[in-house]
Design a protein. Sequence first.
Length: 352
Amino acid sequence: MNNNVEFDVAEVLGYDNTYNWLPFSESNEEFNNNNLFALKVRSCSGYIDRKTFIARPANNNIKKIPLIGEIVLLFKSFNQYASNSKTREIWYYLDTLNIQSSINENRLPGLSLSKNLKINVSERKPPGLTFDETKKISPLQPYEGDMLLEGRFGNSIRFGSTISTVPEDKVHKSPSWTGDINGEPIIILSNGRNNLDDKQFVIENVETDKSSLYLTSTQRIPIVLGSQEKPNSLTGTLSSRGHESKYQDSQLLAVSDRIILKARTDLAVIDSPIGIILNSTGNIKLGSDDAAESMVHGEVLLEILTLIIDQFTKSVGKRFYFKQEGSPAQDAQKLLNQLLSSTYKMKKNINK
């Protein structure tokens, strides 16, 4: 058996059924369920016209499907029909070449054509059926030791760490998180952010990114509860380390325009040994978003009930007018307008 591995580079020419599923068919040996996610490519070696062929992804668990016109690194190795007595091979693609040093596209259409053919840039083929290559997508600012996974659309996962002292002359942008100990781990999942011209580096921003998830160890994250115009920060009443932007132990932060947590078949549990805070500058409703039944202020209710009991105690065996100024009943009446909450509402269940 020949164990030599052959490498090549090729231009992606088309998808055909890359994004489609087809059952196995002997009449269609190229695109079927034995060649999932295969591409149609042409070799760039020698800059001569060559027959097109297909290439499979080398890794079927982690997929990065190239665009039409991007250049891929290939190697030839065994296919499903190989055995220890016969060699059967197919081309596999590893990754796209970073030709344009771009996050969202690295195309160089026509590279596989004969050098005698002139390419009209204005007539170059589009990158696909839906992909928009005109969008500006900025790369993330990297730091020493980082592992970054960046999508073509401004979404990313950073496996990073604390950078306690940033060398300003060596780094384009400082991190948005801070900490005191170099190397403390942090994971940031970010989706949708403000992109800049000229492929300038950008940093995840917990306030302006469309959606983000932070898993910290000892970092401080500059988050503001409420809004910049109407902040509703933690006061430290329950925890002396309560202020959200100064907390420096491990935490999970999830930020988006809307957050929904759903337990499909069992409990949804929020557990804390210190306290649970529902924090809002608007309404807090229980049972339904149209809940209109006001909840009561417990301390006010206790004071009213105490005054009523006091009134009845003083009135035993006596004639008494409940509207008498200064009486416990009169004081209880004055407190009634403070009893119902304007913020907390619950769904009224008339069946129980």
